[in-house]
Design a binder for this molecule. Structure first.
Ligand code: AMP
Ligand code: ZN
Length: 117
């Protein structure tokens, strides 16, 4: 649990948020400011600032595997409805990371250009 972390507050139930998925280590909920018709965030319950911090932890492989597995499960359902989805992890300011608690964006419901902006 990190101080001044909005996602830790969501995990702690301090910010009322509807959970779309929950298990003992992972939580998923809708993004507050969606950039696609369907925009979900998948986070570890334990605070990890960034992908590299998560990867270097002792449980790194397990945790990152779980995040992607939940993304695949939730994305699989969207694949049927939306024809595809995109998974994004922004790392650092140049990539647009604004919340320093690791999260996977799951985006669907529209076309996504390549290369990304
Ligand atoms: P990033 O820019 O990759 O760090 O993504 C952070 C995301 O968190 C943004 O898309 C925000 O809209 C989203 N966000 C910030 N606060 C909340 C919140 N309280 N509930 C849901 N999503 C949030
Ligand atoms: Zn946090």
């Amino acid at each position: 649990m990190a101080e001044d972390c909005v996602f830790c507050d969501i995990v702690a139930g301090k910010i009322p948020t509807e959970y779309l998925y929950e298990d003992d280590t992972v939580l998923a909920f809708a993004d507050l400011r969606p950039i696609a018709p369907h925009h979900v965030l998948i986070i570890p319950k334990a605070h990890r600032d960034t992908l590299v911090h998560a990867a270097t932890e002792k449980d790194g492989e397990l945790l990152l595997g779980r995040l992607l597995k939940v993304a695949a499960q939730l994305g699989g359902a969207r694949l049927e409805t939306d024809g595809g989805y995109r998974i994004v992890v922004n790392n650092g300011p140049a990539a647009g990371q604004t919340v320093y608690h690791l999260h996977v964006h799951l985006l669907s419901g529209r076309h996504f250009g390549w290369p990304p902006g």
